[in-house]
Design a protein around this ligand. Sequence first.
Ligand code: LMR
Length: 336
Amino acid sequence: MNLKAKFLFAVLAGTLALGNALAQQPIIIKFSHVVAEDTPKGKGALKFKELAESRTKGRVKVEVYPNSQLFKDGEEMQMLQLGNVQMLAPSVSKFGPLGVRAFEVFDLPYIFDNAKDLHNVTQGKIGKQLFDKLDSKGIIGLAYWDNGFKQMSSNKPLRTPADFRGQKLRIQSSKVLDGQMRALGATPQIMAFSEVYQAMQTGVVDGGDNTPSNIYTQKMHEVQKYMTISDHGVVEYAVIVNKGFWDGLPADIRATLDGAMKEATNFTNEIAQKQNDEAMEKMKASGKIQFITLTADEKKAWKKAVLKVHRDSEATIGKELIQQIYKETGFDPEAL
Ligand code: LMR
């Protein structure tokens, strides 16, 4: 082979090698979330990674970024739309800034009594109907993941609505949660999840509401004196993907990932309650926070105080959607 031929051969071989390397590049899914790994969502994300990578035989690589490492809430939704991250699992209380307030129906205080009622909504017609609202935002909803019921925490014992007066309480970016805190007599303050611990520690806020697994893994119980077992609402997640990315996947890969997501969803929803129960036990054992159990009458007073939020939210959420959920869960405002 003369020199020129050798050169051409080398270029060709190089191009082929590069082409091969590119063809074997895995598809990367960046999955960003704001909570710790030892939570229902943290574990669910890792389960999805494990299943997606093994079932696609390495053709898909899922990079999970927990603890707001990549993006804080408030930023992550826009980053998903821009394609800087492919998958998220925000709490459904965080779709408002995107212009989709209907998801805040999940925030209506006391609308869910138990996980079964919640699943009837998320796994049925209403859950799908809500996901359809994301399509025009360039987002696809894949699944609903549970965390659990929220408890109210503060540096002051909160037993009656009167106790909320003067309290500044952190909320997620939801008009319904804003209404909930105001109806109880507190001043709500929207804040990213990653900033809550410090805000509680320094007294920027007096307290907030969250699930035991979130409170424990963020060590909020170390900077809060009291937790009222209120079970007044839920933290529920929507696992969402960038639509352009998802629709552009090879069909066989998408089908495999859909299967992996179904299984990761069952896994997450099965462990959620246990994760929260364990977090509660650990907080009790720590002795760092005092627990308040409400009497039946006290609970009734909380319910009565927040009922107005259901009515006031009709304009933002839609009366029909609220009624649909009442039907599904058996919630009866007249019975309070
Ligand atoms: C919060 O901001 O309190 C929660 O939504 C965090 C989460 O993702 O569970």
